[in-house]
Ligand binder design. Structure first.
Ligand code: KMH
Ligand code: ZN
Length: 284
C-alpha cells in the first residue's frame, strides 16, 4: 500500500543482487561466479550503501548452481566482512527442481525469497506449484529464516495474502515486486502503481525491475514510498543505454544518488533489519 504522507519518512533499503542465474559473462565480463567473487561484489556494494544481498550461486564456469556449500561459503564470506543481510534465492534458475531450490536455506541465511506462483520467463516457464511454495515456507520457517515474497504478478499478492491467512506463510509478510520479466508484468508506471497499491497495509515492499527500465522504475518506486529498491547484475548491467556499469557497486552508487536526489535517505544495516523485521544476528 502507498502511504501518501510518509513516502520520505522512512529510509530506503538498497538490495544488491550481484549474480542471478541468467546473466552471463557475455553480458558483463565482471559477473561474479565464485563465492569469493560474489562476496567481494557484495562487500563493495555495502560500502556504496547496500544492506541486503539477494544471492544465487554459480559453478566456477558460470553454470547456475544450487550446491549448498557454495551458498554457505558466500554467506560466510559476506558475514566475515560486512553486516549485510543475506538473502538466498529459492527460485534458482528456470527448471531447478524443488529439492535444489531449498539448498540455499542450509546456509543459514537471514532471509530467503519465495515464489507463490508461476510465470512465463522469456521462452520458458518459471513454475512454482503450491506444494513447492509450501515446502519452501515450511523449511524456511523451521530454520528461522525470514521470507520475502517475489511477486511477479498481481495475483501473487492475492496468493501471498491467502497463504498468510492460512498460516502457511509466517508473518510479517515482506514483498518484492518484480517488473520487466519478459512474459510477466511489464516495467510500466501503471503496473508498478497497481502492485504498490495492492500490497497490504503495513507490509514493507520493494521493487526489482529487470532490464533497461530499471532506473526509471526504481526512481518511481522511491517516490511511491518503496521500502526497498534492488539493483545488480542479476537484473541489469547498464547504468545508461550503452553504458555498462563497471561493477555491481556502481549500480548501487547510481540508485543511492537517485534516492538522495528525491529526498530518500538510504538505510543503514540496523535500519534495514528494523524495516524488514529481521533480527540482528547473535555472534556464533
Ligand atoms: N532466476 C529466475 C528464474 C528468485 O531469485 O527468486 C528466478 C529468480 C527469482 O531469480
Ligand atoms: Zn534471484
Amino acid at each position: 500500500m502507498i502511504h501518501e504522507h510518509d513516502w520520505a519518512a522512512e529510509p530506503v533499503v538498497v538490495v544488491v543482487a550481484p549474480t542471478g542465474a541468467e546473466t552471463t559473462r557475455d553480458d558483463h565480463p565482471g559477473l561474479p561466479h565464485t563465492p569469493e567473487e560474489i562476496a567481494r561484489a557484495v562487500v563493495e556494494s555495502a560500502a556504496a550503501g547496500a544492506t541486503v544481498a539477494h544471492l544465487h550461486v554459480r559453478e566456477p564456469d558460470g553454470t547456475p548452481s544450487s550446491r549448498p556449500e557454495l551458498f554457505a561459503e558466500a554467506v560466510e564470506r559476506i558475514r566475515a566482512e560486512s553486516d549485510v543481510i543475506t538473502m538466498v534465492s529459492t527460485g534458482g534458475a528456470v527448471g531447478t527442481p524443488i529439492e535444489e531450490r531449498l539448498a540455499g536455506l542450509r546456509a543459514g541465511p537471514d532471509m530467503a525469497g519465495i515464489e507463490v506462483g508461476s510465470v512465463n520467463f522469456g521462452e520458458d516457464l518459471f513454475a512454482t506449484l503450491p506444494h513447492e511454495t509450501r515446502a519452501i515456507a515450511a523449511a524456511a520457517t523451521d530454520a528461522g529464516i525470514a521470507l520475502e515474497v517475489e511477486a511477479f504478478e498481481l495475483g501473487h499478492l492475492d496468493t501471498a495474502r491467502a497463504l498468510v491467512a492460512a498460516g502457511t506463510l509466517p508473518e510479517p509478510l515482506r514483498v518484492n515486486v518484480v517488473l520487466g520479466v519478459p512474459g510477466a508484468l511489464a516495467a510500466t508506471a501503471h503496473n508498478l502503481h497497481a502492485m504498490a497499491t495492492a500490497v497490504p497495509p503495513g507490509v514493507p515492499w520493494g521493487v526489482t525491475a529487470v532490464g533497461r527500465h530499471q532506473r526509471r522504475m526504481l526512481a518511481l518506486a522511491l517516490l511511491l514510498g518503496a521500502r526497498c529498491v534492488r539493483v545488480g547484475f542479476e537484473d541489469n548491467v547498464h547504468l545508461d543505454r550503452g553504458v555498462r556499469a563497471v561493477s555491481n557497486a556502481a549500480l548501487v552508487e547510481q540508485v543511492v544518488a537517485i534516492a538522495t536526489a528525491v529526498g530518500r535517505r538510504v538505510a543503514t544495516a540496523a535500519e534495514a533489519r528494523r524495516i524488514l523485521a529481521v533480527p540482528a544476528r547473535v555472534a556464533a
